[in-house]
Design a protein around this ligand. Structure first.
Ligand SMILES: [Zn+2]
Length: 270
C-alpha cells in the first residue's frame, strides 16, 4: 500500500491495480451509553477508561470509500447528507478534494441501509447525486428497507440485489457481516483491504474488547460474532482494515493484543 494523496477530508492509497480513497463525511458525537456489555447494558464507567470522548459523548467520524480502477469507479456508502447531524454531509467536498467529480462514479454498493450510509445518494433537490452510477447494490435482506424510504425513490430503478461473494466491481468481493443490520456487508478489495462498514463504532473500546456492542446493532450477538470472525480473519490474512467509523484516517492494520485486538492507523510510513 502506498499513500498517493492526502487532504483534510480524504486519503487515497494505491493497492495493486486499484486505488482506494477514504472520504470523510464529517464527525458527530454519540452518548457513551451506546457502548453495551455482554448483558446489553451500558458499559460501567470503569470500562470506558480508554474511550475517545469529550464529556459524556463519543467521537463518531462518518466515512465513505471510493475504489477506482480500469473497471470503473465504485462508491461504497454515501454519507449522511442533510438527513442526520448538521456536522455531516461533507462527502461532496471530500470528493472534490480527492479530485473526483460525482459524474465519475459508475457503480455504488452499500454496506447497509442506515441513514449515515444511504442519504448521500440523493442530492438536495431530490435528484440523483451520482447520475452515472447505473447500478446501486444493496444486500437482498435490506432491499425492502431501502424501498420503504421515500427519499430513495429516484434510486429504485438502479437497485441491484447484493449477495455474499458478489463483485460490484472487478477486484471487489462482498462478504456477509450481519448483525449491525440484517444484511450488513463488508467488501474485500484485491484480497488485501477489508472495507468493513460498521463492524466497529468505537475503536478505542471495541478493538481491545470486541465483545462490546453498539446501541444501534440490530442483533447484538450476531454483530459480535461477525466482528470477532472478521477481525481474526483480517489478522490471519494480513488484511488492511477500513471502516465507516474508524478513527483517522479510517484505515490501518490490525493485530492481536491481550484478549482482543489493536488498531494501527495507517500513516505515510506504513
Ligand atoms: Zn454507521
Amino acid at each position: 500500500m502506498r499513500i498517493v494523496r492526502e487532504t483534510p477530508l480524504s486519503l487515497t492509497v494505491e493497492l495493486a491495480e486499484l486505488t482506494v480513497t477514504m472520504l470523510l463525511d464529517g464527525e458527530t458525537a454519540m452518548p457513551l451509553t451506546h457502548l453495551r456489555g455482554l448483558d446489553g447494558a451500558a458499559l460501567p464507567a470503569a470500562d470506558l477508561a480508554g474511550a475517545d470522548h469529550s464529556g459524556d459523548k463519543l467521537r463518531l467520524p462518518v466515512r465513505a470509500f471510493l475504489v477506482q480502477g480500469q473497471a470503473g469507479c465504485l462508491l461504497i456508502d454515501s454519507g449522511a447528507a442533510r438527513a442526520w447531524h448538521p456536522t455531516l454531509g461533507r462527502l461532496p467536498a471530500a470528493m472534490n478534494e480527492a479530485g473526483v467529480g460525482p459524474a465519475e462514479v459508475t457503480v455504488i454498493a452499500l454496506t447497509h441501509t442506515h441513514v449515515d450510509h444511504v442519504s448521500g445518494l440523493v442530492d438536495e433537490d431530490g435528484g440523483l447525486a451520482f447520475p452515472n452510477a447505473c447500478r446501486v447494490f444493496v444486500a437482498t435482506e435490506e432491499l425492502n428497507a431501502f424501498r420503504a424510504e421515500p427519499r430513495m425513490i429516484p434510486v429504485l430503478p438502479r437497485l441491484m440485489p447484493l449477495e455474499q461473494g458478489d463483485g460490484p466491481m472487478r477486484g471487489v468481493t462482498a462478504i456477509n457481516a450481519p448483525g449491525h443490520s440484517p444484511g450488513h456487508m463488508a467488501f474485500l478489495v484485491e484480497g488485501r483491504m477489508l472495507i468493513w462498514g460498521d463492524l466497529v463504532h468505537h475503536a478505542a473500546v471495541q478493538f481491545p474488547r470486541p465483545e462490546v456492542t453498539w446501541a444501534f446493532d440490530d442483533a447484538p450477538d450476531e454483530a459480535r460474532a461477525s466482528r470477532l470472525a472478521l477481525m481474526e480473519q483480517a489478522v490471519e490474512a494480513g488484511w488492511l482494515v477500513a471502516g465507516a467509523h474508524l478513527p483517522d484516517p479510517g484505515l490501518g492494520h490490525i493485530s492481536r493484543a491481550g484478549d482482543g485486538y489493536a488498531f494501527h492507523p495507517a500513516t505515510c510510513s506504513t
